[in-house]
Structures are given as structure tokens and as C-alpha cells.
Design a protein around this ligand. Structure first.
Ligand SMILES: [Zn+2]
Ligand SMILES: [Zn+2]
Length: 69
């Protein structure tokens, strides 16, 4: 099964077509170190290490298919 990403906290796999949680802070969504979370709990676990002043999360839908080259 194709994996879209792994949770940045617990390493749980997020499949294509599944849902994931994303931090709204810009620096968490840039470059190779962008963060994905499998659940609200994992997003919360990320907060103490990130020291955000104002953070929220959004639920995103992973794309349906791995992009074909
Ligand atoms: Zn997780
Ligand atoms: Zn963040």
C-alpha cells in the first residue's frame, strides 16, 4: 500500500486518500521538514517542542494516488 506520509510524532503511516492533521504555523509546513500528524493528539504533542505562540491545526485530505512520474 502506498504511504503518503508518516506522522511526525508516532510514525504512524498516513495512506493516500486518508486524512491527516497539519499545523497551521508556517514554519511547520515548509521544505523537507514539513510536519504531518495522524491525530489531534499527535499535533498537541508537537506543541511543547515547537513553542508556537498561536497554533492551530487543520484536517487535510491526502491525495488519492501517488503521483506518477
Ligand atoms: Zn501520530
Ligand atoms: Zn507546528
Amino acid at each position: 500500500m502506498a504511504i503518503f506520509a508518516k506522522c511526525s510524532i508516532c510514525r504512524k503511516e498516513i495512506p493516500f486518500g486518508g486524512q491527516y492533521y497539519r499545523c497551521t504555523v508556517r514554519s511547520c509546513n515548509m521544505g523537507k521538514d514539513r510536519l504531518y500528524f495522524c491525530s489531534e493528539k499527535c499535533w498537541e504533542a508537537h506543541l511543547p517542542t515547537a513553542r508556537h505562540k498561536n497554533a492551530s491545526f487543520v484536517i487535510e485530505q491526502a491525495p488519492d494516488e501517488p503521483s506518477k512520474q
